[in-house]
Ligand binder design. Structure first.
Ligand SMILES: Nc1ncnc2c1ncn2[C@@H]1O[C@H](COP(=O)(O)OP(=O)(O)O)[C@@H](O)[C@H]1O
Ligand SMILES: [Mg+2]
Length: 266
């Protein structure tokens, strides 16, 4: 059974962000509960990346508030986000091709004993982490350059989990992948939900959204344009909200009433 928290683990309330003359975000609300996957969709320039960067501390918000487990917090730099328990996997994976899977997983958070790298403990932890996520990699001691695109994406996501974050943000994790490798990554997203993480999934792909997301939040021109429950929304309705094609009363009413399922409802 999947537990969805009653209080959102993360909430944005009326968040605005401006870059000089560009108003990238205006009065945006977003709620993420533990144990749910929220897809964040919108056209190019809608503000998706900016929104993620306000949460991950790259671009602090100008106005509004960010709440963590019901309390207002300040996320002024990436360290603040990490400290709260937010991990972000950016589109450019930033893996070190020449290093093996273990070294990539612990890059920047290496385990040491008496100031010497504890390779045995890191390898053990790496195997445990990959096992609990049902990730199958031929060997944790091969350079990531030797892995497929899907395996590399999965390693990048696994690396984000080393610090045991509560919220995991994935920016277009399947954009560069084929069908089979996409399925591998979407499987992992399911695992993250089962393990009780809150997941924000940025995606251009309605099939991916339909396959793994519980809710889908639409941004349009830097503003909210509906939050839909995936189970009772068609891809066409979501696409209409993305493009602003049918800004009709029914869509608006449905979008307003789509809230997260109550604990134990699943
Ligand atoms: N660092 C920046 N400096 C200036 N403008 C930016 C910056 N980042 C994003 N923008 C602008 O903010 C708007 C939203 O961009 P972005 O968040 O990247 O949208 P999306 O990820 O949905 O494609 C765009 O108009 C973009 O040009
Ligand atoms: Mg973007």
């Amino acid at each position: 059974m999947i537990h969805v928290s009653a209080t959102p683990v993360l909430a944005l309330r009326g968040v605005s962000k401006r870059f000089g003359a560009v108003q990238a975000l205006t009065d945006v609300d977003l709620e993420i509960h533990t144990g749910e996957v929220v897809a964040l969709v919108g056209d190019n320039g809608a503000g998706k990346s900016t929104l993620v960067k306000t949460i991950s501390g790259v671009h602090p918000i100008d106005e509004g508030a960010i709440e963590w487990e019901g309390r207002t917090v300040r996320i002024g730099r990436p360290h603040d986000a990490q400290h709260l328990g937010v991990a972000t996997v950016y589109q450019d994976l930033a893996l070190c091709d020449n290093l093996d899977v273990v070294a990539n997983l612990f890059l920047g958070s290496e385990l040491k004993s008496a100031s010497v790298l504890d390779e045995i403990r890191m390898e053990k932890r790496a195997r445990e982490l990959l096992d609990t996520l049902s990730i199958r990699i031929p060997s944790v001691r091969i350079p990531v350059a030797a892995l497929s695109g899907g395996q590399r994406q999965v390693v990048a996501i696994a690396r984000a989990l080393v610090g045991d974050p509560k919220v995991v943000i994935l920016d277009e994790p399947t954009a560069a992948l084929g069908v089979e490798q996409t399925a591998q990554v979407l499987d992992l997203v399911e695992r993250l939900r089962e393990r009780g993480h809150g997941v924000i999934l940025i995606s251009h792909n309605m099939a991916d959204v339909q396959a793994v997301a519980d809710r889908v939040a639409v941004l349009r021109l830097g503003r909210n344009n509906g939050v839909f429950t995936v189970a009772d929304t068609t891809p066409e309705e979501v696409i209409a909200a993305i493009t602003g094609a049918t800004d009709n009363a029914v869509t608006r009413r449905r979008a307003r009433t789509a809230t997260a399922p109550k604990e134990g409802a699943k």
